[in-house]
Each structure stands twice: as C-alpha cells, then as structure tokens.
Ligand binder design. Structure first.
Ligand code: NAP
Length: 245
C-alpha cells in the first residue's frame, strides 16, 4: 500500500479549517495545520490515539513571513513531504473603506494575500522537486460579486483567484494543479458580525435555501485533492448554493 498523503491546511483550528482537516484525517491522510492559537480541536487530534501520529500542529502567525517559513520547515521535518496545500487561513475586517484603519488594511492583506503567497512559494518549491502536488486556495464569493463593508477582504479574495489562474499555468506541466474554492456564506466565527437580517436576506437569495456548512466546502476541497480531479487546474469552484449563479 502507498504511503498516506501529507496534507497541509492553514487555519485548521476552527470554522471551515476544522471541517477540512477532519475530512482528510477521516481519509487516513497525514495532516499538518497551524493557527495563532491551539483549540480543543487541534489538542484533540494531537492527543487522540487514532490521529496523534499523523497530525501536526504548530502555532504560527502566517502574516509573518518568518513564521510561514518555520511552519513549512516543521512540516517537512515531521512528515518529509507535502502532497496537498490548502490555503484556508483568512481574516475579514468589516467596515466602510473610508473609515478603515491602517492596521485593518494591513492585517487582511498580510494574511489573506502575502501569507498565502509566501506559504505557497515555499510549498511549491517542495512540490516541484517531488514532481506532483495539489494547491487549493480558499477564496470567496465576496471576491466575485462583492459585499458592502468588505472591500479590502474582497480585493484579497479576487486576487487569490488571479493567483490561482496564473500559478496553474506556471505549474501545470510539472504535475501540480492549482485551484480555488470560493465559498458562499457559512456559519463560522467569521460571519458572527452579520446580523440576522443580513443572514436572512442571503438565505432568501440562495437557490438552495440555506447558508453553507463547512462540510459543503470541505467536500469540494477533498474532490480537488483527489486523483479524479487530476485534469482540473486554474479553476474557481464556487460552493454557494447558487447564490451568485
Ligand atoms: P474563522 O472561523 O475565523 O477561522 C479562521 C482560521 O484561520 C482560524 O483557524 C484562525 O486561527 C486562523 N487564522 C486567523 N488569522 C491567522 C493568522 N494570522 N495566522 C495563522 N492562522 C490564522 O474563519 P472561517 O470562516 O473558517 O474562514 C476560513 C476561510 O474561508 C477564510 O479564508 C475565509 O476568508 C474563507 N471564507 C469564509 C466564509 C464564511 O462565510 N465563513 C465565506 C467565504 C470564504 P487563529 O485566530 O487562532 O489564528
């Protein structure tokens, strides 16, 4: 039997990241994740005898380039290779652009864009040496259709889809696919700021008639990482119940 894959999921301590980590662990893969703080989820996987020897957690702030390097180095030291990278860690700061503070603009760009690019830069070098790999960027429908108060966030997510398309062209001949998954609105900490009126309006405009669940998005990520998706690259897979269709 072949060795289990090594999957890196950034921001796997809560929200969507937890569902993505769980789905790869359930498939028997080795999974590494990071976030600024550990949670009951990451502590649980690290101590559960069913997952402890194939789960790696490191505290890392990916808006810091040195921390990206240390995290990727740690994964290689522990597991020796990286087969799948899921760039999931992201942050949103809600507010009218004209009133947005410098720190908020920097926090969103430094993590969503610079952190994702740096992590991918490091991991892609490893994948190029291996001659194979899957890179999946979690963008957002906000990068496609926009949402008031999320202009900086939307800019980073639209940029990620551009990053996906360009990198797919660069790495396609080297056995590496690069795709985006663009979720609609999910019930996670990130959407706690939306009031019930906003959420109700989103649901009414969604053909599927509900908000997304992290598991809906994790299933799309799992597919893009699977052998069946080998001929799909440079694609943005929208998972939004039809909201932006
Ligand atoms: P979330 O519940 O806020 O979780 C974000 C994750 O990223 C956490 O694990 C968090 O842990 C980590 N993180 C945040 N800042 C970090 C940093 N500087 N360095 C390293 N890790 C960091 O968000 P979510 O809803 O699961 O979102 C996950 C992804 O889906 C994001 O890219 C988001 O933009 C995208 N998305 C979400 C929705 C939605 O409706 N929720 C919709 C479309 C797209 P720490 O805070 O401990 O660092």
């Amino acid at each position: 039997m072949s060795e289990p894959r090594v999957v890196v999921v950034t921001g796997g301590s809560r929200g969507l990241g937890v569902a993505i980590v769980r789905s790869f662990l359930d498939d028997g893969d080795r999974v590494a994740t990071c976030s600024r703080s550990a949670t009951a989820h990451t502590d649980g996987w690290a101590s559960d005898p069913a997952t402890a020897d194939r789960f790696h957690f490191a505290a890392a702030d990916l808006s810091d380039r040195q921390a990206c390097r240390a995290f990727v180095r740690g994964v290689i030291e522990r597991f020796g290779r990286i087969d799948v990278l899921v760039n999931n860690a992201g942050v949103a700061r809600d507010g009218v652009l004209g009133l947005t503070q410098d720190d908020d603009v920097d926090a969103v760009i430094d993590l969503n864009l610079k952190g994702t690019i740096e992590t991918t830069r490091l991991v892609s070098r490893r994948m190029l040496r291996q001659g194979s790999g899957r890179i999946i960027n979690i963008s957002s429908v906000v990068g496609r259709s926009g949402y008031r108060g999320l202009s900086v966030y939307g800019a980073t997510k639209a940029a990620l889809d551009g990053f996906t398309r360009a990198l797919a062209r660069e790495l396609g001949s080297r056995g590496i696919t690069v795709n985006s998954v663009a979720p609609g609105y999910l019930r996670t900490e990130m959407t706690h700021g939306l009031d019930e009126g906003d959420l109700g309006q989103i649901v009414r405009r969604t053909p599927a008639g509900r908000l997304g669940e992290p598991e809906d998005v994790a299933a799309a990520v799992r597919f893009l990482a699977s052998p069946e998706a080998a001929f799909i690259t440079g694609h943005v897979l929208v998972v939004d119940g039809g909201l932006t269709s």
